[in-house]
Design a protein around this ligand. Structure first.
Ligand SMILES: NC(=O)c1ccc[n+]([C@@H]2O[C@H](COP(=O)([O-])OP(=O)(O)OC[C@H]3O[C@@H](n4cnc5c(N)ncnc54)[C@H](O)[C@@H]3O)[C@@H](O)[C@H]2O)c1
Length: 321
């Protein structure tokens, strides 16, 4: 709800994805109007929202100027969750990354100003914008030297948000996410260690680990991510960039130990030589979000994993895998 309790009109770009679909649930639950923008024919990850009178599905392509212009019409606040690339593969074709993500995002901002959109909330990446960490946990003020194109276009988009705020007064919030996990995450993807590992353990498949499994990452349960997004709606302070993670580091070996405990199934681990581009540790400092968004994560790793495993078991049973 807005400050006076009225429902607002939201545009969620990428609203049929893993995080976006949870965000749409939360917005509809609060009585808001939601226009969900995604590619045509993306099958819903959960019970469809189409029967909700406050929900509108707007199919289109983020890289199409006409589609974005039409989607923005009449919206108060836009959540931007589209990414056409992944960190690991973005260096293969940086031109595509710039053309689709950066150009698309700047075009989005231009049309958002024209359409009178009040605020843009952008999902950036705490795992890539900083590059190799000089200190752990990483604060928002840490140097930003991404080592993949994905991180560079995320960072450049953040900067354009700041520029458009200065030039045109459009409000913005940037959430630099750590490693989200939870229900509806795809287990076939090349991103998301928790999802990929959990899927393999439940199907009795071997897990390949690059290095000795000591690589540490910051994992955050999806409901806590959505909570931070919802708090961003009413936030209007000067700082606009926030780390969103658990603030705690967990190694890949610890992730697998927890998966074994939760599922009661053994993880068949195959250790491979480490990869040069995997930084040994990445953990976010989340003090700024705690102080200014009044946000802290509520679900610890094992609790989140229990919920995710329960959901995934049902999915796998249902699909007969
Ligand atoms: N999942 C992670 O580990 C992670 C970590 C940090 C940041 N992020 C960021 O969070 C955001 C959401 O991530 P997610 O995990 O929910 O991803 P996702 O792939 O599940 O969702 C993204 C959605 O965007 C849509 N999309 C992609 N290209 C499009 C295009 N050209 N036109 C229209 N729609 C398009 C996809 O169909 C998908 O539904 C992304 O911006 C991602 O970079 C994700």
């Amino acid at each position: 709800m807005s400050g006076n309790g009225d429902p607002q009109r939201f545009l969620v770009l990428g609203g049929r994805g893993f995080i976006g679909s949870h965000l749409v649930d939360a917005l509809l639950t609060r009585g808001h109007y939601v226009r969900c923008f995604d590619r045509p024919h993306v099958s819903p990850l959960a019970a469809d929202h189409l029967s909700n009178p406050n929900f509108l599905l707007h199919e289109g392509d983020f890289t199409s100027e006409a589609d974005i212009e039409a989607a923005l019409e009449g919206c108060d606040i836009c959540f931007h969750l589209v990414s056409t690339t992944l960190p690991n593969s973005s260096n293969i074709d940086p031109v595509f990354d710039v053309e689709s993500n950066l150009k698309g995002s700047v075009r989005l901002l231009t049309h958002a100003v024209r359409a009178g959109v009040k605020k843009i909330i952008f999902i950036s990446s705490g795992g890539t914008v900083y590059g190799i960490p000089q200190e752990i946990p990483i604060k928002e003020t840490h140097p930003t030297n991404p080592i993949c194109s994905y991180g560079i276009t995320k960072l450049a988009t953040e900067k354009y948000l700041g520029l458009f705020r200065e030039l045109h007064g459009i409000e913005c919030v940037v959430l630099r996410l750590a490693n989200p996990f939870g229900e509806r995450q795809r287990i076939q993807a090349s991103q998301g260690a928790v999802a990929v590992f959990l899927g393999k353990v439940l199907r009795g498949e071997a897990i390949e680990i690059w290095g000795d499994g000591s690589v540490v990452r910051d994992y955050i349960y999806v409901a806590d991510v959505v909570d931070a997004m919802m708090r961003s709606i009413t936030y209007s302070g000067e700082e606009y960039v926030f780390n969103i993670g658990s603030g705690r580091g967990i190694s890949l070996n610890q992730v697998l130990d927890s998966i074994e405990n939760t599922t009661g199934c053994a993880a068949r681990r195959r250790y491979l030589p480490g990869r040069s581009f995997d930084v040994p540790a990445s953990v976010l400092n989340i003090d700024r979000a705690a102080r200014l968004l009044n946000w802290t994560p509520k679900t610890d790793f094992d609790q989140g994993l229990d919920k995710f495993a329960l959901w995934l078991r049902k999915q796998l049973e249902h699909s007969g895998v």
